[in-house]
Design a protein around this ligand. Structure first.
Ligand code: GLU
Length: 276
């Protein structure tokens, strides 16, 4: 049903859009009616100027989207409500560990090699049973309890690298992902929670995004199940890489769309460069 889905492009305004972003936006547009969402919860890294530049680049590419644009910085109350629901379910807890505390626990001889999940080393559970109340501490998901409530999580992907149905069991989620952070102490939320709440609020039926986020998808489906939100279809697209095969990052200004524009490229040139 290509074209009839509701898709989204969800950039963070932390730098110029580059070819990788253009590809993500063009895929979202080609596969459905694209919604735009500005992922600006990290106020220290996001700048309004970058947001304006994003709109300008996307319009130049020939894309359009309904107004008003969703901005995560304006939605903290919705993330709080979601955390409240998870609290009632008994699947979150406060954690005041520093990165150093976690590193030290993981390097203890009995721990063995730390597994690296989508958010870094799997949390060793230091605060899980402490019952901390500190309102300024981070909030983590108790993965074992959460999976105990919903059972295995599954989703469908139609992207080139991961096409098919995917399912993760409780032991896999506990071992390879663990107790991820749902609210950073400084932000009141974190990517995984915000993305789930907002995809539902925007009525997204197909999430199109880069294959680098494939491993995070099981977390999102779990949160959807806990919060009783629908699970969309997923399409993880290929990543655009530089000549050395490295994924493009915001700092790769050489690949910024603005630079191609300044050099006289047309939107058709960009599509051709991306193989579209
Ligand atoms: N905000 C993320 C980024 O800039 C995208 C997250 C998503 O598509 O789920 O890469």
């Amino acid at each position: 049903m290509v074209g009839s889905a509701i898709t989204r492009f969800a950039p963070s305004p932390t730098g110029p859009l580059h070819l990788g972003h253009a590809y993500a936006a063009l895929v979202a547009d080609a596969r459905g009616r694209m919604r735009l969402r500005i992922e600006d919860i990290d106020r220290a890294r996001c700048k309004p100027d970058w947001e304006i530049a994003i709109f300008d680049d996307l319009r130049w590419l020939g894309l359009s989207w309904p107004q008003p644009v969703m901005r995560q910085s304006e939605r903290l109350s919705f993330y709080r409500q979601a955390l409240e629901k998870l609290h009632i379910l008994g699947v979150i807890y406060r954690c005041d560990c520093s990165r150093g505390d976690i590193r030290a626990a993981l390097s203890a001889p009995q721990e063995g090699a730390a597994l690296i999940g989508p958010d870094g080393p799997v949390y060793p559970g230091l605060c899980r049973a402490k019952g901390l109340q500190a309102p300024d501490a981070a909030i983590r998901l108790d993965m074992a309890r959460a999976m105990g409530l919903v059972g295995p999580v599954s989703f469908h992907d139609s992207g080139p690298d991961h096409a098919g149905q995917h399912c993760k069991t409780a032991p896999e989620m506990i071992e390879t992902i663990g107790d991820i952070v749902l609210a950073r102490r400084d932000l009141g939320t974190a990517y995984h929670l915000a993305v789930v709440v907002d995809d539902a609020a925007q009525g997204i039926t197909e999430v199109t995004r880069g294959a680098d986020l494939f491993e995070a998808t099981a977390i999102h489906v779990l949160l959807q199940r806990l919060l009783r939100l629908p699970t969309p279809a997923y399409h993880h697209h290929r990543l655009i890489r530089d000549d050395q095969g490295k994924r493009l990052a915001k700092r790769d200004d050489a690949r910024a769309l603005a630079k191609y524009r300044a050099e006289g490229a047309t939107p058709q040139d960009i599509r051709a460069l991306l193989g579209l």
